[in-house]
Design a protein around this ligand. Sequence first.
Ligand SMILES: [Zn+2]
Length: 249
Amino acid sequence: MPLSLTVLGAASPHPGPGRPCSGYLVRGGGAEVWVDAGPGTFAELQRHTDPARLTAIWISHLHADHSADLLAAVYAYAFGGLTPPVPVPVYAPADLPRRLAGFLGRPDAAFLGGVLDFRPLYDGHEVRHWNLRLTARAVAHGTEAYGLRAESQGSVLAYSGDSGPCDALTELAHHADVFLCEADLDRHRDGARPVHLTPEDAGAHAKGARTLVVTHVGPGLTRESAVDRAAAVFGGRTTAAREGGTTTF
Ligand SMILES: [Zn+2]
């Protein structure tokens, strides 16, 4: 099995019943990586794997709808007995330890050193776990934010994280088997620098990919309308991320 994507959650901007916010389990090359920790996704993660045995956690940016369930992971790892055999590498913007410590009322995150191994992301950051390579690219979200390219044995998954239109998304999607791309907005507001994509933007940035999976569909859209609008621009196979669904490629 070269690479698989399991959708733990895809809702924006808040979770609903049975609908966690952004979170995915990416498996390939002997590695298992929890990508984005939106509210509700830590519970869903446990349907698919033992969180204590994750190879790594990879967080696109620190907005709560992509990172809040790291608190649930801390409670499980540090207090709940799901203690990992070695600290789990957490790839994320550099401010993550300070944010977690602040929420937990601690002066710093040193007390988590036995369970989490914080590793700051930067544009072009690349790491390999077994036969899974993860590459981060800075994207346009008005805060430090990254898209991801995950590659294993010739299969490629690209993920937008949250982003407005930018060249890095097109580069991430180039020759990807699956481009998992946000489509949060019904339309752009006049004059504002966009920090999210419309379905048409997602379709345009997906041109170099084989398949487009729209996710993070905002409240001004339905998943069906986002798929139709993105597909009209992309011209290739287009689906919507659905909770619990697994794609292998
Ligand atoms: Zn965001």
